[in-house]
Design a protein around this ligand. Sequence first.
Ligand SMILES: O=C1O[C@H](COP(=O)(O)O)[C@@H](O)[C@H](O)[C@H]1O
Length: 454
Amino acid sequence: MAEHTALMIFGASGDLTSRLLLPALGQLLMTEPKRTIELIGAGMDDWTDDKWRDAVQIAFTSSDAADAMTRVETEYHRADITSADDLKTLLGEKKAPLALYFAVPPSVAAAACDAMASIDLPKGVVLALEKPFGVDEDSARALNERLALLVPESQVFRIDHFLGRSTTLNLLGVRFANRVLEPLWSATDIESVSITYDESLGLEGRAGYYDHAGAFVDMIQSHLLQVLAVFAMEEPATLDEVDFRAATAAVLRATSVWDDDPVRYSYRARYTAGSVEGRTFPSYVDEPDVDPTRNTETLGAATFEVRNARWAGVPITLRSGKAIGDPSREIVVRFRPVRHVPVGLRGDAEGAVLRFSLGTAEISLELNVNGEADPFELERTTMSAELGPGALKAYAEVLSCILDADPVLAVRGDAAEECWRIVQPVLDAWKADEVPLEEYVVGSHGPKGWPAAD
Ligand SMILES: O=C1O[C@H](COP(=O)(O)O)[C@@H](O)[C@H](O)[C@H]1O
């Protein structure tokens, strides 16, 4: 662990910084009492050092981390990060360990990378970039090429906080450390998989971004494909960045829409007025700052196949939606039924179902057992266990890797391009209106008859 690091946040006065980054940094500092940080805020707003320190203090207090302020030196600079002169002044004599965190829109990040090409960056500097990484495969590749001119790939951190979720990382221990599960982890024994991340939340004032992204790009193009990659990867020899990222990237490289038919195997819908968990939402099209002609979906799903020897033939459905009642956030693994049940054992011998919660850290296994009243009549039972929630929240876990310059939980450049390649046929089919945009009432589970809404 690097004990003292400089973290420079571009977009310091923005929503992402106050809502996610600073609370996560506070949490990280509370769990790592030896860590100290030089926290440099930079942005277009005319803030003073005091205003920045106050913003940090407020965010730390919100995550019960006010005590960590004593280990943070703060300074703020008004700067246009797309200007080489401003960047030169900002970076001045700064030396590694130094991380530059781009909490800015992708177009600004791209322009800042261009500006950086004409200055000398401190050796060893880490560049951390928020999603979305590009808007399609070509733009992601172009951004990768720009970044490659600046620093080696191991110093580029494409952030996906789902890789830092303890619930995603639980897949590693449960699968690889259990002989009762690991040998079953393939098409031979698994019939289907679904990865669902529905939320009761609505737009939360993010229409400016969300109305362009939609549920599919916001959640599936990035986060859920990464979860799929961790779920389906070959066993890496080690969990270092080289082995781990090679294994997840190989899964993405082998993944495509089921049957190459996005019209049949993708689904989209948007919500109409209603209430969920005591909050009332208007119809999506009537939300402030939404352009109804954009046809943005607030719920998306698609079925994919990982075309390799381990997974070919297993449908893997990813789904995510907003304003869903009693939302499901889990990975569901459906095992195949046994080939034969002894004559005399009555009932339905369905395959076992293993569920990993992606919300709270829980795991459960549904099994067939002998009936309580009649031992020759099968019944279903569920064994469940709570797993540790993890000491750090997802963003804090990811930040800890950034500060240590360890890219293991960052998305590798080729994987970021693959994610766009995988979803493009769906986005194209939707743009051409080949898939109907259905509707669902806020607080419902989404349109009836969709896959993976279990
Ligand atoms: O990145 C995003 O993730 C959140 C869901 O993740 P969580 O950790 O906050 O539950 C999602 O609400 C948001 O739309 C998306 O941009």
